[in-house]
Write a protein that binds this ligand. Sequence first.
Ligand SMILES: Nc1nc2c(ncn2[C@@H]2O[C@H](COP(=O)(O)OP(=O)(O)OP(=O)(O)O)[C@@H](O)[C@H]2O)c(=O)[nH]1
Ligand SMILES: [Mg+2]
Length: 328
Amino acid sequence: MAIRGVLMHQLVKDLLNGNRRAAARLITIVENEDDQKRSLLKEIYPHTGNAFIVGITGAPGAGKSSLVDRLLQQIRSDGLTAGIIAVDPTSPFSGGAILGDRIRMQDHALDSAVFIRSMGTRGSLGGLSRSTREAIQVLDAFGKDIIIVETVGVGQSEVDIVKTADSTVVMLTPAGGDSVQTIKAGIMEIADVFVINKADLPGSDRSATEINMMLDMNGEKPWRPPVLSTVSINGEGVNELWLALQEHRQYLEESGKLLEVRKQRVRRELTEQVEYLVKTRIWEDVRDTIELDDLVEKITKRLQDPYSAAGELLEKINFFKEDQGEGV
Ligand SMILES: Nc1nc2c(ncn2[C@@H]2O[C@H](COP(=O)(O)OP(=O)(O)OP(=O)(O)O)[C@@H](O)[C@H]2O)c(=O)[nH]1
Ligand SMILES: [Mg+2]
């Protein structure tokens, strides 16, 4: 085993012993590296699956971080530990949002039962949703009871991220009445709990009514998402949110839905992993054995077509070779 392998093993041991620096370093590794991290993810996997994962998504500036900060107080007063991952797809490492997260959450920064981490797209190989999921695994193995993932709800990658959550909170603000119309259908569907934050501003009642109407049109569902109002700056409604999350968790557990959802997640991860392996192995082999440039040249000159060339490339590749050792 290479020295790095030994180091990884030590880091994982430290993580399992509750060492914060190990947790931080391991998240950096899953964020930045592609090869080495697989062996460490393998090692921590048996220690995961215990955390309850809450996703919180909403427009930029809706008040997610402020709400999470308040939620932390509830979680801590129930004697539970928490891990927070704030995903900022637009301003990775230098954005005001991240700085803001730090400032707002600083009350908890010294609390060893709380671990807060911001993640950005820059440097995250294999996509943000994958590295977020892997960071969740690290915090899960670290022993955090509740893991909260904060994402800015704008695109597919955020929807993918919340698919990792057991409970998803969709946050809206009373934005002059157009808030409900502008939320994406995909975001609407993933909500287990709706929160109208900034309920101190006018229009929040109307937003709540609109969402309730939309939910009623959806027909009977085994879980009907509650629509709550919060003021994250003073903590109003946050206790109700914490109760709703606990209720949703109880519903998931008692209905067998939690198991079902987690199975779906494992299936997706397994599929992704296989596809990832196939992809990386193909290109390793292609680089090793075939002059890609020659083929490109030929195809460009119309001496060959890309369709048959692709088929021939595949035939030259040995997919099912044995495990290539550490890191795979
Ligand atoms: N009036 C009012 N302002 C709020 C409330 N919650 C948050 N804010 C303010 O809204 C701004 C954004 O709050 P954040 O908690 O950073 O929002 P966020 O959704 O995490 O923002 P991003 O991470 O940048 O997307 C801050 O200036 C907060 O003080 C609220 O309930 N009422
Ligand atoms: Mg934030």
